[in-house]
Design a binder for this molecule. Structure first.
Ligand SMILES: C[S@@+](CC[C@H](N)C(=O)[O-])C[C@H]1O[C@@H](n2cnc3c(N)ncnc32)[C@H](O)[C@@H]1O
Length: 249
């Protein structure tokens, strides 16, 4: 399904903002880079197993759609931000072929260790893994596509990161992200209950104001799709001249 950028608007954002700032003071907090690193270093050994039910609920389908939206060609360079245990890497590697290049970025060395094992097991040699923060990472100028699956919403400044990508990537480069969002029509109790299994992954209500799909809506030819009754999304678009994006939220 392709829909217009107006559908990107999040009706739950306004009514939640007051509570979010209250929650920030007393309840769960957005993790800083060190907190994310510690959490995912700890989760790494069980991540693939623990995330399986989540993939089955629609997250997997959205990733496939996001990868399609990258329009990868043999010889392309693609960056996977927050690559984790590298589940996207084999598909990306195959799509860009032996002359192409895949770069996987992650804060957690333990997650990257799993990714490296996956690559060795599958004999994949066109992937570089970097233990870096996506908040400050600058992709090589020949990068034609950037992917982030269930990772970029962890950043409080994800809009700045997307804005920067738009500025540094060649015009027409593709950006595709998938993530979680608070479904606007779900009753609060259901949202609370449904988010419980995600808590071990660091997901909590303080992340609600993080809405990177809004930044993607400002790209050229934006595409948007939801799964699991609006609790997961995929957003994609092409970069355009940076000046057009200066008014981005
Ligand atoms: C939920 S996992 C998703 C992993 C993978 N993309 C997937 O779909 O399975 C989130 C990943 O993002 C990484 N991450 C979060 N914030 C990051 C940052 N600022 N820079 C780099 N990696 C980050 C975490 O370390 C973790 O591996």
């Amino acid at each position: 399904m392709r829909i217009t950028p107006s559908f990107f608007k999040d009706s739950s954002a306004k009514d939640s903002s007051a509570k979010d700032s209250a929650t920030k003071k007393s309840g769960p907090q957005v993790k800083d880079a060190e907190g994310v690193r510690r959490l995912y270093d700890r989760l790494a050994p069980i991540y693939d197993l623990a995330a399986k039910p989540f993939w089955a609920l629609g997250a997997d389908g959205l990733i496939s759609k996001a990868i399609d939206e990258l329009h990868l060609e043999p010889g392309s360079t693609v960056v996977d931000l927050g690559t984790g245990t590298g589940r996207n890497l084999p598909v990306l590697s195959k799509a860009v072929g032996p002359k192409g290049r895949v770069i996987g970025i992650d804060l957690s060395a333990n997650m990257l260790l799993r990714a490296q094992r996956r690559l060795s097991r599958l004999n994949i040699s066109n992937v570089t893994l970097l233990n870096e923060d996506m908040a400050t990472y600058e992709p090589p100028h020949e990068t034609s596509a950037v992917l982030a699956t269930y990772s970029i919403e962890m950043l409080p400044n994800s809009n700045a990161v997307l804005n920067n990508l738009n500025a540094v990537l060649p015009e027409g480069a593709r950006i595709a992200i998938t993530g979680l969002r608070t479904p606007s029509r779900w009753p609060k109790g259901v949202i609370r209950l449904a988010s419980l299994p995600l808590r071990p992954f660091g997901v909590n209500e303080s992340y609600r104001p993080h809405q990177p799909w809004l930044a993607v809506a400002n790209l050229q030819d934006p595409t948007y799709q939801e799964a699991f009754f609006g609790a997961m999304y995929m957003a994609a678009g092409s970069t355009k001249p940076a000046s057009i994006l200066t008014s981005m939220p």
